[in-house]
Design a protein around this ligand. Structure first.
Ligand code: FES
Length: 363
């Protein structure tokens, strides 16, 4: 694959925004950030620019053998640099998708991806001052937001706290240290659990705990807090903040838990009218028409008929299962995985849309 300078050099006003239904991502570069952590930068396969909020995420279809998997990663790049988009992935021992990326994804490779989407952004939850708390690869959305602030609002007041096992595990350490010289109100704190041979460490050692909070961010109660990391870490932070009397309406966290089993409503909660109206779902591309039980989602009906609709979170969050509704009405209970203008265009999320009568779906 020839990755030299492109022959044409379009400006932003000559380009269209990237569209996950039409375009692929092409890997432009791979950078090693820390042990088992790499940043993958992508451009559009069609010279598009990327429109998103700092802190949002994308879902990637990864050609893992024997079967492709869908994996969601928060973006570490900033929309203030809209020609490319980047994710920073950490491969744990049990990782399948992230491990495939670290071992196999190289410049020139093309991937299908869905998004960007998500609500975890200081652009969606603005505050006067911020406290970013992260652990491990949970630093990525914080980095996206901090890069955006560096480019567009360098006076932003941010206390940036991140936790890692060892000094060499701190992702983006050098860039963050550099950013403090450009952003007068950016204050960094790195917490590590273990020293390591050959590394001088003058920073804080130990866990992120209640007694440390006022030392790391004395005015934390006046800040809008964003937290990202392993589920147990975020639970501890939440507990700590609640105990301190923090107003939790100013607390936001990012998590991508495993897909929850869809819960069917209790029979007595289903209206008689709904039972009587046995919905049929027509899948126009597959040419199949299948019944959909009351309370059942379009995704479940599709799977029951062997029709493949890509899905990742299965909770209306990631937007992967977005499909065009050609006709009919649905009850869609989503969690931010679809934009209002996409709904206006006729799109629905199959994982959280229940037919209200017969519907026709493009799948
Ligand atoms: S699978 Fe994530 S929104 Fe439906």
């Amino acid at each position: 694959m020839n990755m030299t300078l492109p022959q044409t050099y379009p400006h932003l006003d000559q380009m269209q925004p990237w569209n996950d239904r039409l375009h692929l991502l092409e890997c432009l570069s791979v950078i090693e950030e820390a042990p088992n952590v790499k940043t993958f930068t992508f451009r559009s396969d069609n010279q598009n620019w990327f429109r998103y909020e700092p802190g949002q995420f994308m879902t990637f279809e990864l050609p893992v053998q024997p079967e492709a998997v869908l994996r969601t990663f928060t973006l570490s790049s900033s929309p203030s640099r809209p020609f490319t988009i980047a994710v920073t992935a950490k491969a744990q021992d049990s990782s399948i998708g992230a491990r495939w990326m670290l071992d196999h994804l190289t410049p020139g490779a093309r991937l299908k991806a869905f998004g960007p989407l998500g609500d975890f952004s200081m652009r969606k939850h603005p505050g006067e001052k911020y406290l970013f708390i992260s652990a491990g690869s949970g630093i990525t959305p914080m980095m996206s937001m901090t890069r955006w602030m560096h480019d567009c609002a360098p006076q932003s007041d941010v206390n940036f706290v991140t936790c890692a096992r060892r000094p060499s595990d701190i992702i983006f350490r050098r860039e963050l240290e550099y950013l403090t010289s450009c952003m007068p109100n950016l204050k960094l704190a790195f917490l590590i659990k273990e020293h390591e041979m050959g590394q001088v460490w003058t920073g804080i050692r130990g866990r992120f705990e209640e007694a440390r909070l006022p030392l790391l961010s004395p005015d934390f109660r006046d800040r809008t807090i964003f937290c990202c990391g392993p589920e147990t870490f975020m639970r501890d932070v939440r507990t700590m903040l609640e105990a301190s009397g923090f107003d939790m309406t100013h607390y936001h966290q990012e998590s991508f838990g495993p897909a929850a089993e869809p819960v069917l409503p209790m029979m007595d909660a289903i209206s008689t009218e709904a039972v009587e109206r046995s919905a049929m779902v027509s899948f126009s591309m597959s040419g199949m028409e299948v019944p959909c039980a009351p309370g059942e989602t379009i995704l479940k009906a599709a799977r029951g008929a062997g029709i493949r609709i890509a899905a990742a979170c299965e909770s209306g969050l990631c937007g992967t299962c977005k499909v065009m509704k050609i006709s009919g009405e649905v009850d869609m209970d989503h969690n931010g995985g679809i934009l209002d203008d996409e709904i206006d265009e006729g799109y629905v999320l199959a994982c959280c849309s229940k037919p209200l009568g017969n519907v026709e779906i493009e799948a």
